[in-house]
Design a protein around this ligand. Structure first.
Ligand SMILES: *Cc1c(COP(=O)(O)O)cnc(C)c1O
Length: 232
């Protein structure tokens, strides 16, 4: 089941790339494995998946401990400052940096462990009250502030679009994030790249790819529905 799902999602990504005149290699699929058991992750690994997304520090750490070391772990959930120290040297990319205080903590812990942490700035493009993320207006300033810190490198932007029935409704948010990345890139801020755009989930990743996503984060579309009562 997981194998067929991955093949289907990859095929959909390729077709979306084709529609948009993009190369499929420009888009990386992240398997969002939160609340899923190790056996499910192992199965996805056997199918060639190496990028996994988790939204809780504890769960990410426990999984990283026992699964193959060549997995790239993506922290995609809201990150509390007191948990940063556990993951700075275990994650490949933190997608959810939304404040200077969180970035300062990441910088501090990165320097302690002598690593450089790649991050994305999360932007609440749709301005949903329930979501974390910087506003569109503040994003550029936040990026410049983070760029001045050592041990941390801004690679791009991330957004979580609203939950909608029709993915076309989210197209405007994806295109706004892309435009924002272009605007920030044009400021040529030292130490900042805007190459990575993390946007699109099970319900809307094809539209996100058409609008320029470089990472799509797909959970349900690969692993099936989540049971939130189970930890993993
Ligand atoms: C859970 C989650 C996803 C995956 O959601 P699906 O709809 O299951 O694909 C993607 N991004 C973030 C930030 C998430 O928390």
């Amino acid at each position: 089941m997981i194998q067929e799902n991955i093949k289907q999602v990859q095929k959909n990504i390729e077709q979306a790339c084709c529609r948009a005149g993009r190369e499929p290699q420009e888009v990386m699929l992240i398997a969002v494995s939160k609340h899923k058991p190790l056996s499910a992750l192992e199965e996805a690994y056997q199918c060639g998946m190496r990028d996994f997304g988790e939204n809780k520090v504890q769960e990410l750490m426990e999984k990283a401990e026992v699964l193959p070391k060549d997995i790239r772990w993506h922290m995609i959930g809201h990150l509390q400052r007191n948990k940063v120290k556990y993951i700075v040297d275990k994650v490949y990319l933190i997608h959810s940096v939304d404040s200077i205080r969180l970035a300062e903590e990441i910088s501090k812990e990165a320097l302690k462990k002598n690593v450089t942490v790649d991050i994305l700035v999360e932007v609440n493009v749709a301005e949903e009250e329930t979501k974390f993320g910087s506003t569109m207006e503040e994003a550029s300033e936040l990026v410049s502030q983070i760029a001045a810190l050592s041990g941390i490198q801004v690679k791009g932007l991330m957004t979580i679009a609203p939950f909608v029935e029709n993915p076309e409704e989210n197209r405007k948010y994806f295109s706004k994030l892309k435009q924002l990345a272009v605007d920030i890139e044009n400021k040529n801020i030292d130490n900042v790249s805007m190459r990575v755009l993390s946007m699109g989930m099970t319900g809307d990743y094809e539209v996100a790819v058409e609008e320029g996503a470089s990472y799509v984060r797909v959970g349900t579309g690969i692993f099936g529905e989540r049971d939130y009562k189970k930890i993993f």
